[in-house]
Design a protein around this ligand. Structure first.
Ligand SMILES: [Zn+2]
Ligand SMILES: [Zn+2]
Length: 437
């Protein structure tokens, strides 16, 4: 930071100048990642690679020591095991991600082997989205599932080698663990160091014939396991259930975690808002006028909920009631529950019903109709009565059949950089960050 950096590839990757402040670097990284995830296709390995590169660049540039080492020596100063100005405790990009975005990453992106960043302090976490019903979250549930995970090979104890065979220096990178690659960043060509694909950054490699027979040199083998998770009463949507150490094993570092992220399926009759629930119950016109005393609804645990309306109360359109303590259980203190809000919708009788009664008798008992306007306006027009659907009028901003994007008004929606709509501080040319270049 005090002299001209020997290398600038990491700065270019994040799109900041070499004199950027810590804050600017953090901001730039967040922005890149945010855009990255909005474009992220979990099946696209290059997107993962790209994200990984950005995470690595951020890790290096966000700490004063590593940034100084990078400015002075370039990636050379960052190489594996580089003493002194090397990495602090290695950080999993997934951890950085979690730190930036909380527990909200539910897309199950897997940082698979071969795309790993710098040194990590533990094995890969397995992120598994898990769908639950509102009933599951209300009642609690134990789920058993069969899974497969990587375990350290028992034959070679994780060395990957047959007997006492030792790995040989990688020919491709001459033991450095990286090679120079040319990439295009924002239209400019640049070279930077990338992990050697031959030895996966290790700098050395076992010869075919020296590899362990069981794991074929992979150091780990797949093993079937049975996992059990307990969905506790009152857990939230997107809440994570972490099985610490139940994830993939890698030699020399503690195993990763298995992380289930709950995703609530929409419910047919209940909506949840924190610890409260919302539902709609239909009542008849007579119930609205004369009251009711009946089972209004079936709850998420199958219980009938019986409610009696107060004597002499008329229920009007738009009225709602609150059933105290009939909401969701509080997480960890499930005996405490939120409230259940019930919208009462009044169903008017069918027209066929009118034919079965004497309208004059009905008129005699109902409150009187509205009297004629007094004084009467000087001009009165007769306009025909025609039924319509006001909902349609409100929900269609443009005439039916017209396309939002080629509306004849001359608006040019979708033309140009759409990212400007999402991110007003975005000042770039809209080049996608996570797509293969
Ligand atoms: Zn083995
Ligand atoms: Zn190599």
């Amino acid at each position: 930071m005090f002299s001209v950096p020997v290398e600038t590839a990491l700065y270019e990757l994040l799109g900041v100048s070499t004199t950027a402040t810590e804050d600017e670097i953090k901001k730039a990284y967040r922005k890149k990642v945010r855009r990255c995830t909005s474009l992220l296709n979990p099946d696209d390995p290059e997107a993962g690679q790209r994200f990984q590169e950005m995470a690595a660049a951020y890790e290096i540039l966000s700490s004063v020591e590593t940034r100084e080492a990078y400015d002075r020596y370039g990636m050379e100063g960052m190489s594996r095991g580089g003493a002194g100005g090397g990495f602090g405790p290695g950080m999993d990009p997934a951890d950085i991600f979690a730190e930036l975005f909380g527990a909200s990453m539910g897309f199950g992106f897997d940082f698979g082997p071969g795309s790993r960043g710098p040194r990590r302090r533990k094995g890969e976490d397995s992120n598994i989205p898990y769908e639950v019903t509102l009933e599951d979250l209300y009642n609690g549930k134990t789920v058993k599932m069969n899974m497969e995970k990587e375990v350290v090979c028992g034959v070679c104890k994780g060395s990957g080698a047959k007997g006492s065979a030792k790995p040989k220096q990688c020919v491709k990178c001459e033991g450095k663990g990286w090679t120079m690659v040319t990439t295009s960043l924002g239209g400019r060509l640049g070279t930077h160091r990338a992990m050697c694909t031959e030895c996966e950054g290790h700098g050395e490699k076992l010869r075919e014939k020296d590899r362990c027979k069981k794991c074929k040199g992979n150091k780990t083998v797949k093993e079937k396991t049975r996992q059990e998770i307990y969905i506790e009463r009152g857990m939230a949507d997107r809440q994570r259930i972490v099985l610490a150490g139940a994830g993939d094993e890698e030699p020399g570092i503690p195993p990763g975690d298995v992380i289930f992220t709950l995703k609530t399926k929409p419910h047919d009759s209940f909506e949840r808002s924190g610890s409260d629930l919302l539902t709609t119950v239909h009542i008849t016109l007579s119930e609205a006028l004369l009251g009711f005393s009946r089972i209004l609804l079936t709850h998420l645990d199958g219980r009938g909920v019986h409610v009696t309306s107060p004597k002499g109360k008329i229920i009007k359109p738009g009225d709602s009631i609150v059933l105290r303590g009939e909401g969701m259980p509080h997480y960890k203190t499930p005996d405490h529950k939120g409230n259940l809000y019930v919208m009462l919708e009044i169903d008017m009788p069918e027209e066929s019903w009118l034919k079965t009664i004497d309208p004059q008798a009905l008129e005699a008992i109902l409150p009187p109709k509205k009297p004629e306007m007094d004084p009467k306006p000087a001009v009165v027009d007769e306009v025909p009565f025609e039924a319509s659907d006001i909902v349609d009028v409100r929900e269609t901003p443009f005439p039916a059949g017209s396309n939002f994007f080629d509306h004849p008004s001359g608006f040019q929606f979708g033309d140009g950089d759409e990212a400007d709509w999402e991110d007003d501080e975005d000042d770039e040319d809209g080049e996608p960050e996570c797509r293969p270049q």
